[in-house]
Design a protein around this ligand. Structure first.
Ligand code: FAD
Length: 811
């Protein structure tokens, strides 16, 4: 007698099982039940049909029952739902338009998939709330958009489907708000990486609302009213619910087939369920996490297809095993690609698995060949060299890198294997040291203790008294932005400036992406300093700090992008392609070009370094050139810059009119003079910035003692220096403190305002009082010891202000 196999579910797992089974066994009788109208459709393509990228609906229908019958001799029964299983008598009960019938089996394959989760508050009568799983779901959304021409949509849930829908609805010209209840979208990524995706969404006009949820839905005829947990109310034309899926396994209850807590089918490594002769595959199955061995639920098409094939093998007598799921996945977010494999930090922490992290930002291909873009690679590994996971973002070449790493994890490879991988290289595709090799090198340096790394969170949590942040980028880069409190020494000057770096503190070094930081670390370590390098550098640090504007996002970037056409209207005098160069390369090239150009001429510059988007704004501001326009398209940034100082409509184009002062001295008379000038300039409506450094800091100290933790040197300085304005001495004729007392009396008699009142009045008039972070660090002064309202800043900040001033005093 021939075997009879029934398959429940006609898409990924079910259809691949059926086809493989037929290829292995011509005689077996195969019946495939599908409760929906279509089999083997491209569910992963559904959002792209809604967005219009996949124009023809037919392209979603990869197989038809007729084609499956013709090629594979499979009895496909669509609109036939299995409603019960009698495991004792080996038969199923099926319901279709005509009624119900029973079908017996020798083997039963379950691949019923998972269905969208709909919270009870969204279960209201409404034709404006959609979910997306099937082709008819897609048709409904497409028709709604066509008929109602909606302007606004709210996508609830920031998982893969939610994000894809946010993008595709935006592509249709709809204003989209994406709501996620967790602190970040896309749980498979760590929060420090997914900020890149959130930024891309926001820059393309999607309002990203995190840490919030819709708690009430009201259908108000033409609109839907949504009430958020934080009380915010929003009106929208429709909602797409994408808050996750649950296994479609209700019909398996009370059949004896063992289910996990959330309804997933329990299987062994051969994909047998707890009942003999019944196998299960796909989204409905509880899988083993390949990295950590725990049970997991990972609904992905690749694993579903593989499981279908494995079941067919086992039914046909070929012993085949499913060894676990890595969770390798990828997503397009407008022009950006994000991909992940293995475990993220959250999963590892939850399972108490020790790990290390490095970030790398190599170019996707040789930087001298056009079109390359930096990648952001996060590699998670342990000190034994096992690779535990990876996440990558970028505009080009993300897919192959994540697949390389996934393959190495799958084959139980180590960090050293990433280094040894021989990968295809020619300039348009990669570099002689592929980004995957680079990630391996950096991780190996950590394992061999050549480079102790810190993460952005370590910078934020640092003990300011015991650490010293050293920025080893060029001063040009430093001026465009830096980590608060950082001291700047270009890596190329570090050997000559070692005496500026404290030996009694731990040095946290950073550069743009980590490489120069590593070189500086090696120099400093060998000179006896305690050093750690910020892995991924300033790039990773700033990316991790991104917070979407949420309800405040006015989608202004979207407007900028739409006006991109206008960029062609400029009379461009010179064009510069700085693609492939990392900071400060593009800025330096812009500087060189502008030097040769005449006032009023326009430079069009194209760059691929993502940081260039903000850097060039700061550069133009600091150099009195006018940034006419800036657009971001994919990984490329195009800026139009007009040379010259006589530009209109720009802050810096105004005549330089601000006043800056470096207050170096801590003498009473000089302090009084500086505050008199500052108050005078402020009263004339000028912007005044006073930068207090070295002894000048004493003017800003509180008069009373503040209890703060200090090291020995800090305590010594604190003890020896005057605490606050009232303790300052005169520069001349001090006479053991008598001179200062006399001058104060004289000022009182002549009705001249006291220094303390001058300071207060300056601050009330918005004079910017800035304390030099570097001097504070050197002298062991903390912010708590300074009077309220003092800003902490670096030299870069002061220089930026000085650029905009026409009076600059050194007192
Ligand atoms: P499914 O493919 O869902 O098939 C299950 C079928 O069983 C369904 O058609 C259902 O109608 C039928 N069924 C259920 N119960 C019964 C019953 N009692 N009787 C008869 N028939 C029944 N994965 C990726 O890896 N990458 C992607 O880019 C991606 N994008 C996606 C986009 C969307 C919009 C969706 C919905 C999913 C996406 N997925 C993606 C997930 C992927 O489609 C699933 O992981 C995969 O299809 C799971 O296969 P499966 O066989 O377990 O279930």
């Amino acid at each position: 007698m021939n075997k009879k196999v029934l398959i429940i579910g006609g898409v990924a797992g079910g259809a691949s099982c059926a086809a493989r089974l037929r290829r292995l066994d011509e005689k077996v009788e195969i019946i495939m039940f599908e409760k929906g109208e279509y089999i083997s459709f491209a569910n992963c393509g559904l959002p792209y049909h809604i967005g219009g990228t996949i124009e023809e609906r037919e392209k979603l229908l990869v197989q038809t029952p007729e084609a499956m019958k013709a090629r594979f001799n499979i009895d496909v029964r669509v609109k036939n739902e299995v409603i019960k299983i009698d495991t004792k008598n080996k038969s199923v009960k099926v319901k279709n338009e005509k009624g119900e019938y029973d079908e017996s089996y020798d083997y039963l394959v379950l691949s019923p998939g998972a269905k969208p989760f709909v919270p009870k508050e969204a279960s209201i009568e409404s034709d404006k709330i959609f979910t997306l799983r099937t082709v008819p779901d897609t048709d409904r959304i497409v028709e709604f958009i066509k008929d109602k021409k909606p302007k606004n949509a709210v996508v609830i849930g920031g998982g893969y489907i939610g994000v894809e829908m946010a993008e595709n609805l935006t592509e249709k010209g709809i204003n989209v708000t994406l709501v996620e209840a967790a602190p970040h979208i896309m749980a498979p990524f760590d929060s420090d990486m997914i900020t890149l995706g959130e930024k891309e969404l926001e820059e393309n006009g999607v309002k990203v609302i995190l840490n919030n949820a819709v708690s009430e839905f009201y259908d108000e005829k033409d609109k839907l009213k949504l009430k958020f947990k934080n009380g915010e109310e929003v009106e929208t034309d429709f909602v797409v619910l994408a808050i996750g899926v649950k296994p479609d396994t209700e019909f398996l209850k009370n059949t004896g087939i063992e289910l996990a807590e959330r309804g997933h089918i329990k299987v062994d490594s051969n994909l047998n369920t707890s009942v003999d002769g019944i196998y299960a595959a796909g989204d409905a199955v509880e899988v083993t996490d390949y990295v950590n061995g725990t049970k997991a639920y990972i609904p992905l098409a690749g694993p579903a297809n593989k499981m279908g094939r494995i079941i067919a093998d086992n039914i046909s007598g070929i012993k085949s095993e499913y060894k676990g799921t890595l969770g390798t996945s990828i997503i397009k977010i407008f022009s950006l690609t994000g991909a992940t494999t293995g475990n993220n930090e959250r999963t590892l922490k939850r399972n108490n698995i020790p790990y290390k992290v490095i970030y790398a930002h190599p170019a996707s291909h040789a930087s001298y060949y056009p079109g390359g873009n930096p990648l952001t690679i996060k590699l998670i590994f342990n000190m034994e060299g096992d690779i535990l996971g990876s996440q990558i973002f970028g505009y080009d070449g993300v897919d192959k890198r994540i697949d390389d790493i996934a393959a190495v994890i799958r084959l139980k490879g180590k960090v050293e294997d990433l280094i040894e991988l021989e990968l295809a290289y020619a300039p348009p595709y990669s570099s002689a040291k592929d980004p995957v090799n680079m990630a391996g090198y950096i991780a190996e340096n950590v394992i061999f203790n050549k480079n102790e790394v810190i993460l952005p969170e370590d910078i934020d949590k640092r003990d300011k008294e015991k650490t010293f942040i050293l920025d080893v980028r060029t001063d040009l880069e430093f001026e465009t932005g830096y980590i608060d409190g950082a001291y700047n020494i270009d890596v190329n000057e570090i050997r000559d400036r070692l005496d500026e770096i404290p030996k009694d503190k731990e040095i946290y070094v950073y550069c743009k992406v980590g490489l120069r930081g590593y070189i500086a670390t090696r120099i400093l370590l060998q000179n006896g300093f305690k050093v750690k390098n910020l892995t991924g550098g300033y790039e990773t640090y700033t990316a991790s700090k991104f917070v979407p504007k949420g309800f405040d996002n006015d989608s202004s970037f979207n407007k900028e992008v739409k006006e991109e056409v206008a960029i062609t209207d400029y009379q461009v005098n010179r064009e510069l392609d700085a693609c492939g160069l990392c900071c400060p390369g593009p800025l330096m090239q812009v500087g060189n070009c502008m030097a040769d150009m005449k006032d009023g001429e326009i430079l069009k510059v194209k760059a691929s370094d993502p940081g260039f988007f903000e850097d060039i704004k700061a550069w133009c501001k600091n150099t009195s050139n006018e940034l006419l326009d800036i657009t971001k398209n994919g990984g490329n940034i195009v800026a139009m810059i007009k040379k010259g100082t006589k530009v209109e409509n720009q802050v810096l184009a105004k005549p330089l009119d601000n006043k800056t002062m470096v207050v170096f001295s801590g003498d009473l008379d000089k302090a009084i003079a500086s505050f008199i000038i500052a108050n005078g300039a402020a009263s004339m409506g000028k912007k005044v910035t006073m930068f207090f450094t070295f002894w000048g800091l004493n003017i800003l100290r509180k008069n009373e003692k503040v209890n703060v933790k200090k090291d020995f040197m800090g305590k010594m300085f604190g003890f020896m220096m005057p605490r606050g304005s009232k303790k300052l001495q005169l520069s001349n004729m001090n006479m053991g403190g008598m001179g200062a007392k006399m001058i104060r009396k004289l000022m009182k008699d002549k009705n001249v305002t006291s220094l303390e009142d001058l300071i207060k009045s300056a601050m009330d008039s918005n004079v910017e009082v800035v304390a030099c972070q570097m001097s504070m660090d050197l002298m062991g002064i903390t912010q708590d010891e300074l009077i309220d309202g003092v800003k902490i800043g670096g030299v870069g900040y002061y220089l930026g202000e000085a650029e905009e001033s026409n009076v600059n005093l050194f007192i």
